[in-house]
Design a protein around this ligand. Structure first.
Ligand SMILES: Cc1ncc(COP(=O)(O)O)c(C=O)c1O
Length: 441
């Protein structure tokens, strides 16, 4: 696989180079020890609990940033709107946003705003909050948002249900085909008809770039083929790439979910999943001009006010992403995720050879096996996650960094053994012998 060659903002750097950039950025931030600044309710981390020993910290500019404790409240893709005390590390955050939006998601230069959110949940809620207010402000709707609905597939992450609840927005889940996870066009059209009847004309479509359970990627054209039949709806599209954002664009370089598609105006990605950054490192990116719809005017003490959901947040999170991205560079990163996918493909091919009912999307590292092919004991032994803990239909294997080839081979060996032993094929806990208290061993 070759990855796109054009990377205006992203290159591999040596560890020394990366550390020097971060040291300079920290020097540009407020120096609590030597400066006279005393108006902001912020300081470095507690000295008794967290070492400030320069020699110990020398090995890690990430830990150094953590101890210096910069607050990245607000957004920094327009530095005029940023708190001045942390401008050094805020600029590195802005570089991360440019890499994600321009090098990975193909936006034109300087066309995107964004910030490091707490995770995919926040990115999704932030997007839906922006679009709710956008529809409300631009079309002067009633304040109970009754003409707006979130439209997404039934495989969409539950953070969109949280958003629906918090933002007082209806949510419409479109059925998917059981074994392909593709959106059911007939159900979509039925639901749109229903919405039109109810006078709901503003749709916020959440399009998945790899779902949590199946790694499936939605076809945005399926949504628009149906929406365009009506000549009635206004739409905004958010892409949930919390899981797939750092994988799918690399393993499927010609994939269409990018900012080049003018129907899409925002993405959520997580660095704390595939990128292996610490938790609290989501990324939210959105076309410039839209974040104004979530500016809180009463946030008068914050420079630039605040348009994010989270408020105060650690600048060290942005630094961790900056470090990882530059340590690999675009080619190194593509190589890394391709290796994971190739491990997943080996497993999928072997399971296919055994005729196992499974779901696998090309270029993905998730394999989802139907519960009829699985035993509870095998699922437990390998920590496979079910779609529903009470009534599992599917179990997934996610080939993350620690899921090495030898573990996959071990799983396959056990799986073949279980398959060849008939009584273990079914979920033993549901069998008559179990109810009668007879052990299968
Ligand atoms: C597709 C998708 N979206 C959103 C989320 C929520 O992300 P987080 O747990 O970082 O808030 C997840 C988490 O698994 C996810 O898989």
């Amino acid at each position: 696989m070759t990855y796109k060659e054009h990377h205006p903002n992203w290159s591999r750097k040596s560890k020394n180079e990366i550390d020097q950039i971060i040291e300079l950025a920290l020097d540009e931030n407020i120096n609590y020890r030597d400066s006279l600044m005393m108006g902001i309710p912020a300081t470095h981390l507690d000295k008794q609990e967290f070492t400030h020993d320069a020699q110990l910290l020398d090995g890690s500019t990430f830990l150094k940033t953590l101890i210096n404790n910069p607050n990245h409240i607000g957004i920094h893709t327009n530095m005029k709107q940023s708190e001045p005390y942390f401008s050094g590390t805020q600029k590195l955050e802005a570089q991360v946003i440019r890499i994600v939006s321009e090098d990975i998601l193909l936006a034109s230069p300087n066309s995107i705003d964004g910030y490091i959110s707490s995770g995919g949940t926040e990115g999704n809620i932030q997007a839906l909050w922006v679009y709710r207010n956008y529809f409300n402000d631009v079309y002067s709707l009633d304040q109970n948002y009754s003409s707006i609905a979130i439209v997404c597939s039934e495989d969409t992450h539950y953070s969109c249900d949280k958003a629906s609840n918090l933002l007082n927005l209806k949510i419409v889940k479109i059925r998917v085909h059981e074994d392909t996870r593709a959106i059911d066009q007939n159900h979509l059209e039925e639901q749109l008809k229903r919405l039109r009847k109810k006078g709901i004309s503003n749709l916020i479509v959440v399009c998945n770039m790899m779902t949590t359970m199946f790694g499936s990627v939605d076809n945005l054209d399926t949504y628009f083929d149906a929406i365009n039949l009506f000549n009635y709806f206004k739409t905004k599209v958010h892409v949930d790439g919390a899981y797939g954002g750092f994988l799918h664009p690399f393993t499927k370089p010609d994939q269409p979910l990018t900012f080049k598609d003018s129907r899409i105006s925002s993405f959520a990605l997580d660095a704390h999943k595939m990128l292996q950054a610490p938790y609290g490192t989501g990324i939210f990116v959105i076309t410039k001009g839209l974040l104004k719809y979530t500016i809180t005017n009463s946030a008068q003490y914050v420079t630039g006010k605040d348009c994010t959901l989270i408020g105060s947040r650690s600048g060290a999170n942005a630094i961790s992403i900056f470090k990882i991205l530059h340590n690999y560079g675009p080619i190194g990163w593509a190589e890394k995720v391709t290796r994971l996918v190739s491990r997943a493909e080996t497993l999928k091919n072997e399971l296919n050879r055994l005729g196992v009912r499974l779901i696998y999307f090309e270029g993905s590292n998730i394999i989802t096996i139907h519960s009829s092919e699985m035993t509870t004991s095998l699922a437990l032994k390998y920590g496979l996650v079910p779609d529903n803990h009470l009534k599992p239909n599917w179990y997934k294997i996610v080939v993350m960094d620690h899921v090495k080839a030898y573990k996959i081979q071990k799983f396959l060996k056990d799986f073949k053994l279980f398959k060849s032993q008939k009584y273990l094929k079914k979920d033993f806990t549901k069998s008559k012998s179990y109810r009668l208290g007879i052990s299968p061993e």
